[in-house]
Design a binder for this molecule. Structure first.
Ligand code: DC
Length: 240
């Protein structure tokens, strides 16, 4: 009896993880878990309770009280914070500016790692995306993918996004910040960014998004294609 298939997608910012994971999940008829959204939801909660994102003890204390859910009945799933749809609010600049501090707190990470495993137990046909999914959270997932891209390509993609939002950009500054963040992420004590052992590495530098999704789909079908016809029922599950 097959109980599901968890596909993890790890990698640094700017490799297109979220979009690709969502497109892959849709193609394969699987649920998609955006773990960055969980860190963002807790950040929104902490900020709205007047807590500094850098105060590990206070962030842990106030976020203990809140419940983050996903509503998997829609695609992409809605992010629910204590029953309120925060899918848009968690993308604000304030949350974006503070989330990496919140994501560095050990207690918060431990709680969300447990929550992610609970979600996978309730939604076992899953594509899950985040920088530690294959390396820490689901090291035994049957398909583990690591997306990578050259820093200058990731910087260019980021610039294109910002320009599309009407912002002025300095590409060399963005490249420097990506290189700095890679070093911080790789050196972080809890949940550092690293390529999961045995992962399929896909360098997206010279690929279109469509080509990346095609490539991932062929990897998944080659590895677990025989199990993909079976799906469990959908639902909403408390996750923090
Ligand atoms: O992918 P994103 O921008 O929504 O992620 C938000 C932040 O959370 C970003 O700083 C990376 C961090 N994150 C993490 O540390 N671990 C994860 N599994 C997912 C995201």
């Amino acid at each position: 009896m097959i109980h599901g298939v968890v596909i993890t997608i790890d990698g640094p910012a700017g490799t297109g993880k979220s979009s690709v994971a969502s497109m892959l999940a849709t193609r394969l008829g699987l649920d998609m878990l955006d773990t960055g959204a969980m860190y963002r939801a807790l950040t929104l909660w902490a900020l709205s309770h007047g807590v500094s994102s850098q105060d590990a003890e206070a962030v842990d204390r106030v976020t203990h009280a809140c419940v983050v859910d996903f509503d998997f009945t829609v695609n992409p799933p809605r992010v629910m914070l204590d029953g309120r749809d925060v899918s848009t609010a968690i993308r604000s600049q304030a949350v974006t500016d503070h989330v990496s501090y919140v994501a560095a707190h050990r207690a918060v990470r431990e709680r969300l790692v447990q929550a992610q495993r609970r979600i996978a137990a309730a939604h076992p046909w899953l594509v899950t995306e985040g920088r530690d999914q294959g390396s820490v959270v689901f090291p035994h997932a049957p398909v583990r993918i690591y997306l990578d891209a050259r820093p200058e390509v990731r910087a260019r993609r980021r610039c294109e996004q910002l320009v599309a939002q009407g912002e002025r950009v300095d590409e060399s500054e963005i490249l420097a910040s990506i290189i700095r963040r890679d070093a911080l992420d790789a050196g972080r004590a809890t949940g550092p960014l690293r390529c999961p052992e045995g992962a399929k590495v896909v360098d997206t530098s010279d690929m279109t998004q469509e080509q990346v999704v095609e490539r991932l789909e062929s990897i998944v079908r080659a590895m677990v294609g025989h199990t993909l016809g079976q799906r469990h029922a959908r639902g909403t599950v408390p996750c923090a």
